[in-house]
Structure formats: C-alpha cells, structure tokens
Design a protein around this ligand. Structure first.
Ligand code: 1HN
Length: 359
C-alpha cells in the first residue's frame, strides 16, 4: 500500500470520484483532509528529496560577491552575504532542506558586528587573507581552507585588518532551527568583542591531545576548539594516504570535538577527504543531503542513479550539493581535497541515518 503511486481517486469510478471530491470539499472547511490522498508522499519507501543537485563555480560568482561590496557596507548589511539557494527551494534561504549556505565578503577595515544566535555556524575560508573571526573573546586569523565554528549562542564578530577582500563560505543550521521554531538572537553592546584570550589559546588548551584537568562535555556540547586549521587537516589527510584507500571515500576523515569524539557542533557534521590524482570513488549514498567544497585540485562529481545522473566538473573553491539518498561518485583529475558538511549528526542521534555502499 505504501508504494502505491496513484491517488485512490484515480482507481475509482467517476461517480465515486465525484462523491469523494465533494466530501473532501466539505471536510476542508472543518480543517480536515484525507490521509489516503497523501500517504505515499508522507511515508516514502525511500527519501524522495526535493533538493536539486547543483554546482556553483567560484570563478563565475566571485565578481558578483565583489559587486555586493560596492553596493552595501558590512555595517549596513550586518552580514554581507550572498545566499546560495538551492534552485528547487528558491525563496527559502536553503541549500538543502535543513541547511543554509552563503558566501560572505568582508573588505579591508570593515567589521561585521558582534552578535549571537541559537543557530550554529561554520565558516570555510575561500579567498583572501587578513580577516579574523572572534568567538567567545578569542580571535583567530582566517587562512585559506580553515574550518571555523561559532556554536549556538556564542558571541561572534568578524573583521578585516588586511589590505584585500576576504570571502568565506558560511554554513548554518537555519532551516532546521526555523522548522523547530527555536530561533533566538541578540546583538552585543560592543561592535567588536573585547579580546579576553590570546590567539591560539583554545587550540592549545583543547586541540592538541590534551584537555584542562576538569574539562568534561556531553556529546551534544560543541567543541571548545573553534578553528580547525587547514594545515593540520591536510597533514592528517596526507598522513593516512600511506595506508589502504577506501574504495567509496578515498581518504576521508570527520572533524570532531576532541573532548567527546562527537561532531564539533550537534547539528552539522563536517568532513575532509583526499582523492589522489586519477582515483575514482565507487558510488555511495547516505540519507544526509550534503554540501561539498573543493579546496584543492578538481575532478568530476557524478550524482544520482545511472541514466538520470547529474555530472559536474569542479575545481578549487567550487561548491556542490548532493541530495539525500543520491549516489555520489567522485573522480579526481588532480590530487584533490574536498570539505563537506551535512545534518548527519542530527539524523544519527535520532536513529534515522542510513548509508549504502554501491557497486
Ligand atoms: C550570521 O550570524 C553570520 O555571523 C553569517 O557571519 C550568516 C546568516 C543568517 C543568520 C546569521 C555570521 C548568517 C548569520
């Protein structure tokens, strides 16, 4: 019954169909509607994601991000961001059903003022040097490929002390928090947070196989490490590349809160992957729609089942989306490093997450 495609009405005679329609109209006024007309869509046999596979080539959109810099200041915009909207979800500020992504620009001398909100955010630095993000009183210099977090309800501001524009990708759990109606936000009285800890303090304290003596966290608590420098990620990916490669993932690692082994933030899982030049991954699918960003190299992403697949050629700084339960296969033209994020930890904690290695 669950996989019946035809609405019940189609199977019935014209008389019965008319009687049913009249009945639906009458109960509609009472705020009721028949389940049997929508059951198949409500309880699909497998995910039928409305999310579209999509690619943004950084080189093609960069000029528009820069143009935004001539039209509005960071102070006027609060955050000068061009939202990456999934073409199948226009108007909803979503890149997938549960996630938001955007490209944020900050020009020399600008400050994106301090605020906090219950939405969690990640940054992936893509272009330019000289910017910083401050989280909970500590600044960190933003370098290419660095993955930075601003966990739920932590004050954060950004600034650019350099001489050129800086662009990064923002990933937030906005649609998820909106769905739950759990959004709160406040501005800080100070434009920039007072610096209360020297740069590097949290990485030294929490991010080097050591922890403060009395530090304990539960799995849902976010990482106290708020920058995962690309240099370290790269070193790990190259370090594991001397061992056997995974046919479906290449050399792939997940980012963790080192105090718990769980995801750095509870709502978004983050991953880094290296594919040697010439390597192609076997197709793989999982129930979390994911956003991928190429940090080095480039290649081809094949998304979806054979016959109806979408193929993207991607290079450095390009961003692409893989919808839930769509097979993904990556072929590396050069040595390639890909960062990705998704709502996987949410699905896992709810017991919903599934994966399948194909071929
Ligand atoms: C936000 O706080 C930032 O802090 C970026 O940089 C993007 C999108 C929606 C809501 C808050 C930031 C955001 C955001």
């Amino acid at each position: 019954m669950m996989d019946r495609n035809e609405p019940a009405e189609k199977a019935a005679s014209a008389d019965v169909a008319a009687a049913r329609r009249a009945f639906y109209d009458r109960i509609d006024r009472l705020g009721m509607t028949p389940l049997w007309e929508v059951l198949g869509a409500l309880v699909p046999v497998q995910p039928k994601s409305p999310v579209a596979p999509v690619l943004w080539c950084y080189d093609r959109i960069r000029e528009h991000v820069m143009e935004a810099g001539r039209l509005i200041t960071a102070a006027q915009a609060e955050r000068r961001v061009l939202v990456l909207e999934n073409p199948a979800l226009r108007g909803q500020s979503c890149i997938t059903q549960s996630l938001y992504a955007g490209l944020q620009l900050i020009l020399p001398g600008e400050v994106a003022p301090a605020h906090r909100h219950t939405q969690s955010a990640l940054r992936l630095v893509l272009d330019g040097v000289g910017a910083y993000t401050a989280v909970d009183g500590e600044r960190t210099t933003m370098r290419f490929g660095d993955f930075i977090i601003t966990p739920s309800w932590t004050f954060h501001d950004h600034g650019n002390d350099g001489s050129g524009p800086v662009v990064w990708l923002d990933g937030l759990d906005i649609p998820l928090v909106r769905f739950l109606d759990a959004g709160f936000a406040e501005k800080s009285a100070a434009k920039s947070q007072a610096v209360t800890r020297p740069e590097g303090d949290s990485l030294a304290r929490y991010g080097n196989n050591l922890l403060p003596l009395d530090h304990e966290q539960t799995p849902a608590q976010p990482s106290k490490v708020f920058v995962y420098p690309f240099a370290r990620t790269r070193e790990s990916l190259l370090g594991i590349s001397k061992s056997a490669i995974d046919a479906h993932h290449g050399f792939k690692l997940r980012f963790v809160n080192p105090a718990t082994g769980h995801s750095p933030m509870p709502t978004m899982g983050t991953f880094a992957q290296r594919l040697p030049a010439g390597f192609s991954t076997r197709p793989y699918r999982s129930s979390d729609s994911s956003v991928h960003v190429c940090l080095e190299g480039g290649g081809r992403a094949t998304i979806g089942r054979p016959g109806e697949e979408t193929v993207f050629e991607f290079g450095e700084r390009d961003i692409f989306v893989v919808p839930s339960w769509h097979a993904l296969s990556l072929a590396a033209r050069q040595d390639t490093i890909v960062f990705s994020f998704s709502d996987r930890p949410v699905q896992q904690v709810l017991g919903l997450w599934r994966e399948e290695r194909l071929d």
